[in-house]
Design a protein around this ligand. Structure first.
Ligand SMILES: [Mn+2]
Length: 334
């Protein structure tokens, strides 16, 4: 049995900023290549890691642009809903989205934690999914499955399951924190567009080949090549290969370098600014419980900077809103 995994296709009718090619034509070519690979390898099913379209309810014109290509995929398409498939990233809205509609129509099969079994008489596969929701990376429980009544268990996820730490600013789950707890032979993940090198822990694989499309012009997107994964199952054995898409172009041919340099410049400026703020607000300042005193102290240290007036106005506006929300000045600590 062969299965094809593809993720984050973000089908859309307009080009994102920073793309220099005919983006819709590129999307069609890539989707066409996925359909051709599915046919060439006679896959039993195509597995999709979520974010099929870029918005939850695209216009019918956009849907129609891709419908004939999606129809070329003869194998059933199993998909886990991603955040872009949902209104406000809320799973409860699924039935009001295109993906929910396609699921009910039977065009796609929606995956969740209830197992679905694929059986070709040779291999029996347990298929489960972890759809996106706000708390998917709180504790990692969604990434953990039990393997039952099958030769191979595959879990398809749309969350920030990552191979390395990303610092305190984003929520994520480390593969190493859940690897010993899940019984899935393959955990196939979308959502983190850059993907990572295949991870293997005690014979269990954790794969994210990256998004099918490069939507932003970040250095990571510039240097990577869109790919899909082909999994071959025989008895209880499994192997897989990453297939780089022939229809993709090198990043610097389709992404605007000017935008990349602008982004790098902004990131540098932001770092400089944060550095200044850190120097002004030495740790003792934050041990005080009076948030207004902390704000005043940080602002006072910035008086010489040209952006001072604008920053002060914005900070005070936000602070007033926070006080308002919290009940007319009842906030006494941050
Ligand atoms: Mn995505």
């Amino acid at each position: 049995m062969r299965l094809l995994f593809v993720t984050d296709t973000h089908l859309r009718g307009v080009a994102p900023r920073n793309r220099t090619d005919d983006f819709v034509a590129t999307l069609k070519a890539k989707l066409g290549e996925v359909a051709a690979l599915a046919a060439e390898h006679r896959v039993f099913a195509v597995l999709h890691g979520g974010d099929l379209f870029d918005v939850p309810v695209p216009g019918l014109g956009v849907v129609g642009e891709f419908a004939s290509i999606l129809r070329q995929i003869e194998a059933p398409l199993f998909i886990v809903p991603g955040n872009h498939d949902l209104h406000g990233q809320n799973p409860e809205t699924l039935m009001r989205t295109l993906l929910g509609f396609l699921g009910r129509w039977g065009v796609v099969r929606l995956l969740d934690k209830s197992p679905v079994y694929l059986d070709d008489g040779n291999v029996r596969v347990q298929l489960t999914g972890a759809p996106y929701h706000f708390a998917i990376d709180d504790g990692g429980g969604d990434y953990i499955v039990k393997k039952q009544n099958c030769d191979v268990a595959i879990h398809v996820c749309h969350g920030a399951l990552l191979d390395r730490s990303f610092g305190p600013m984003v929520k994520y789950t480390l593969i190493d924190d859940i690897a010993a707890r899940t019984q899935a032979d393959y955990t196939l993940c979308g959502h983190y567009h850059l993907g990572y090198q295949d991870v293997c822990r005690d014979g269990r694989w954790f794969l994210n080949p990256g998004a099918l499309v490069r939507l932003s012009a970040s250095p990571g997107e510039l240097s990577r090549w869109p790919a899909v994964v082909l999994i071959r199952l025989e008895g209880t054995g499994a192997r897989h290969e990453t297939i780089r898409l022939k229809s993709a172009r090198p990043g610097d041919e389709v992404l605007d370098r000017g935008a990349i340099e602008d982004a790098a410049f902004r990131a540098r400026k932001r770092q400089e600014f944060l550095q200044t703020v850190r120097q002004i607000a030495e740790p003792s300042a934050f041990t005080r419980s009076d948030p207004e005193a902390i704000l005043s102290r940080v602002l006072a240290g910035m008086k010489e900077r040209p952006e001072f007036a604008a920053v002060q106005a914005e900070v005070m506006k936000l602070w007033a809103e926070v006080r308002e929300e919290a009940g007319k000045g009842c906030v006494s600590s941050v």
